[in-house]
Design a protein around this ligand. Structure first.
Ligand code: FMN
Length: 234
């Protein structure tokens, strides 16, 4: 049987953080299952967050009216994306499973991870107008969000002060992962580990390890298929 590959895209500054402990648990559990595990440690790599002309090698098609999406799509076709983007795209290509590991920042991902999404998931490579959502390019791959919060679970419930966490996660889970065709596994949410005593944090990690053992057997989240929508205008 082919060896499966997992990519962990990790966005935390501190190697001693709870997020790092969560990442390490995933590396150990997945390796124990025979996975090859690759980690992109974005802060350690000093991964550039901003999407600029520097992402394209060589001449721009339209330098006077620069359009990042159009130019990166052409550069992807010609193999002219910057080396850091190409390396991450290679990792995505190899991966059967991608875990995004991060602390929630402002109801979203830290800027460095948003930069990874903006710069790595270029048109052509990650989606096209013909290949999106249930026809998406990464249909054969699984992806999931694993993150920590400062909030409690009750604050992120439908009647909590922050509102329903599923609404918060819709842009990432549907607008990014499902859009690119990934089978999206349920998020792994660590509620307020900073407020938990060490024994509770240890239990949270134990629960994560237990989930990882059966992760690939889990049914992904469901989203409405493309056939439900009128796309004839495209
Ligand atoms: N916690 C939330 O629950 N919701 C937020 O929107 C949120 N935004 C944050 C924005 C910034 C810039 C920072 C620094 C923290 C924010 N937090 C938020 C708290 C972090 O999510 C929390 O400190 C982190 O998940 C704890 O994990 P760690 O101990 O591994 O750092």
């Amino acid at each position: 049987m082919d060896r499966k590959t997992a990519l962990i895209v990790f966005a935390h500054q501190n190697p001693a953080s709870f997020n790092a402990a969560v990442r390490d648990a995933a590396v150990q559990e997945l390796e124990a299952q025979g996975f090859k595990v690759v980690v992109s440690d974005l802060y350690a790599m000093k991964f550039r967050a901003s999407a600029t002309k520097d992402d394209i090698i060589g001449d721009l098609k339209n330098p006077d009216k620069f359009q990042y999406g159009e130019e990166t799509m052409l550069a992807w076709k010609d193999g002219r994306l910057s080396e850091d983007i190409r390396q991450e795209q290679d990792k995505v290509k190899q991966a059967d499973l991608i875990i995004f590991q991060f602390p929630m920042y402002w109801f979203s991902v830290p800027a460095i991870l948003k930069g990874w999404i903006d710069r790595v998931l270029t048109q052509g490579f990650a989606f096209s107008l013909q290949n999106m959502y249930s026809n998406g390019i990464f249909r054969g791959k699984k992806a999931m969000l694993s993150f920590t919060t400062g909030s409690t679970q009750s604050m992120c419930s439908p009647d909590g002060i922050n509102g329903d966490i599923n609404v918060v996660l819709w842009p990432l889970q549907n607008g990014t992962l499902n859009f690119c065709g990934f089978q999206v596994l349920a998020p792994q949410i660590f509620w307020g580990p900073g407020h938990c005593p060490p024994d509770v944090r240890a239990k949270l990690l134990e629960g994560w390890r237990a989930r990882l053992k059966g992760l690939l057997e889990e049914n992904p989240l469901t989203f409405p298929p493309c056939e439900f929508f009128d796309l004839s205008f495209m």
